[in-house]
Ligand binder design. Structure first.
Ligand code: R5P
Length: 312
């Protein structure tokens, strides 16, 4: 009889992992995680993993360093305990924005994190909507970059139909994402020319595309401080947009981002639970990615194509 996979959750993704375990009808495997007084981390499985396929679910969201270190230490424990294969399911892959040298003397930290994961013993990575798809190439193991865009497409199609919709990318880096969502809705796209005069400050300089009297859906991979989405929605209103909805995969929502979004001219924000919300908001609707993770684990276990989970 085929051995069942083992799914572990670490600190940042407990509720998603519990959902996945329930969908797949697996037993919950306890992890022991200790953060010592000096900040050192110990993470290990409580039972044997010898010869098993192990899946660890953990987003590297805030506290980023601790969550990342938990994965590294836990994978090292699995490897040394003779796990057969280790898959790191990292719904939100932190450090992804440091993916190139855009100014002199900058690090490429996304590559460094990929190397650290590999060194710790990871055989495969499953993640969602990487900031830039090319980050897959930083890994020397397989990466399945699943997408939330199809979920957003289905949601907005049911809610808004397809008439007078324009999908808006808040910057040029998100054009493919906007085009993919627009293809679900038979919609046109618009693109902002975003500038960052200093870190965490977003300025919308110009826009390509027609938004006047349209229902706009702003789409982004993540909302961090909220600066980008708030600036873009204010600008859309100035340019005559009728209503504004927002779709994003990763609700990073640092500092007072939720307050800022609540005060912005936005009808609704649809996001996922790759990161747990700091607090509920009547404006933010969360759709779980647990069913997709469960399906991905099933496909990997059965050795069948995972393509429907990332094809748009
Ligand atoms: C940038 O390239 C990303 O796709 C997001 O637009 C950005 O990280 C959002 O950050 P914030 O919410 O702080 O403007």
């Amino acid at each position: 009889m085929k051995e069942k996979p083992v799914v572990f959750s670490l600190s940042s993704s407990v509720s998603v992992a519990d959902e996945v375990i329930k969908i797949l009808n697996l037993d919950k495997n306890e992890t022991i995680v200790r953060h010592f007084a000096d900040g050192e981390i110990l993470a290990k499985p409580s039972e044997t993993v010898r010869g098993k396929h192990c899946y660890i679910i953990q987003s590297t969201c805030a506290p980023v360093t601790e969550n990342l270190m938990e994965i590294l230490v836990f994978c090292d424990a699995l490897k040394r305990a003779s796990a057969k294969e280790i898959t790191a399911i990292i719904p939100y892959f932190g450090y992804a924005r440091q993916d190139r040298k855009s100014k002199p003397r900058e690090p490429i930290s996304a590559r460094l994190v990929a190397d650290l994961l590999k060194t710790s013993g990871v055989d495969r990575v499953v993640t969602f909507d990487l900031h830039a798809a090319q980050i897959q190439g930083f890994f020397s193991c397989p990466v399945d970059d699943l997408t939330f865009i199809n979920v957003l497409g289905n949601y907005f199609k049911d809610k808004l139909g397809t008439k007078d919709i324009v999908v808006v990318s808040p910057d040029h880096g998100g054009v493919v994402r906007a085009r993919n969502l627009a293809s679900h809705l038979d919609a046109t796209i618009a693109i902002f020319d975003k500038r960052r005069p200093k870190p965490n400050v977003a300025e919308m300089c110009d826009i390509i595309g027609d938004v006047k009297d349209k229902t706009c859906i702003l789409v982004d991979d993540m909302i961090d401080t909220g600066g980008t989405i708030v600036a873009a929605s204010n600008e859309l209103i100035k340019r005559g947009a009728k209503k504004i909805y927002v779709g994003c995969t990763h609700p990073v929502l640092s500092n007072d981002a939720i307050d800022k979004l609540e005060n912005a001219p936005i009808e609704e924000i649809i996001t996922s639970n790759t990161i747990k919300l700091k607090r509920e908001s009547s404006k933010i609707k969360v759709i779980s990615i647990a069913p997709m993770i469960a399906q991905a684990i099933d496909c990997i276990e059965e050795g069948v194509s995972i393509a429907p989970l990332y094809e748009v």
